[in-house]
Design a protein around this ligand. Sequence first.
Ligand SMILES: [Zn+2]
Length: 468
Amino acid sequence: MTTTQSPDAALDAHLDKTHDARLESYREFLRIPSISALPEHAPDVRRAAEWLAHALRTAGLENVAVEETSFHPVVYADWLHAEGAPTALVYGHYDVQPVDPLDLWTSPPFEPVVVDGRMLARGAADDKGQVHAHAMAAAALMATRGGFPINVRYVFEGAEESGSEGLDAWLTANRDRLTSDVAIISDTGFFEGNIPAITVGLRGLMYAQIDVVGSPVDLHSGSYGGAVQNPANALAQIIAALKGPDGRIRIPGFYDAVVALTEEEHAAIAELPFDEDEYRARRHVGELVGEVGYSTLERRSTRPTLDVNGVWGGFQGHGTKTIIPAHAHAKVSCRLVTAQEPHDIFVKFRDFVLEIAPPGVKVTVQDLGGGRPSHTPVDHPMTRAAARALEATFGRAPVFIREGGSIPVAASFESILGLPVVLLGFTQPNENAHAPDEWMSLDNYEGAIRAIVATFDEIATLGSSHRE
Ligand SMILES: [Zn+2]
């Protein structure tokens, strides 16, 4: 995909002139292993925050600060001199996912390289690449115009890959000073085939752990087999009962809050250019399966799910060992859709698991957190403004999609700050986020910088007071 040249000659000249320095700066940011989930990387997460703050300060932004939360810091910056113009709150995250399995990376994850027009590194796409594009767009505006067409606040988080721990409390504590008209979240991507897209829906998440305990120690399966409950068998029985062969989740009340798609929404999803064979083949899956009565696109973005993320217990070495394991465990998560509440779903999940738990074992269910789903109307003026900017930059009108993933902060901006959310993301759909060999298309990255500037220009034409 090539981006069309903007009518802004000064911007073009600036971006040409700073091209090499920009890529080097991008690589420098990616070299910091800011893995939020691993305690040994906490100093690196802070180093990434300081690096980003420095970049924003250098760009010419004001009130730049690395601010403490109960976990990793938030990087804040603003520029508030466009009197009478709307204010956009821009969000991204500078932390990244862990990198294992390391042996599946073509090159080391924190030694970024450009291969075939792609930046290859952990965080290249999710989400340091997009955060960096925002910093570079700010620098370009300050360098070429001496300011922004609108007011902007930047909130860059360091714990998104760890459930955004500490962010809600920070947003709540800073609610008054974060007053804005819209939240622009850049942590999503384009549609299949690299078609510009605006995400108008995100799924939420419920995460739980099931612990099944029998005898305090492993038992001889000859002496006790047949006479006592086996925790691993019991766990398998529980897991098997959670979902039917029709793909429907059997937890009572699970679907109560799900808002059904309208006919228009069904039709819009059916119209999206989606190659199901390619989608299937890309992950070497023999057959696609899911909830009866829904298309693949609907299943993966508009319907709730239940998946076992991990299961363990008992003997796992080579050869044989004849035991009845003392305990067995499973991590289970549900992707949620509007208007399912994570805690409500957890309670229903827990109650059902306890109800179906076979006798002879002790079963407990832990709540490991979650996030609410979010949804922004396609016809919101801010969504429309971003759509015009994407079309002007990439030469093609964006499609409006719902993503299967979760960005709990989107719901937080809606509920804590009362802001409409525009999910303006620029990665390609197969960019290996969270996986080995994560990459970002440099065309998308460069286009992102222009599209961000264009979005600010489009929002400026709306005038102020677009709060709803
Ligand atoms: Zn992300």
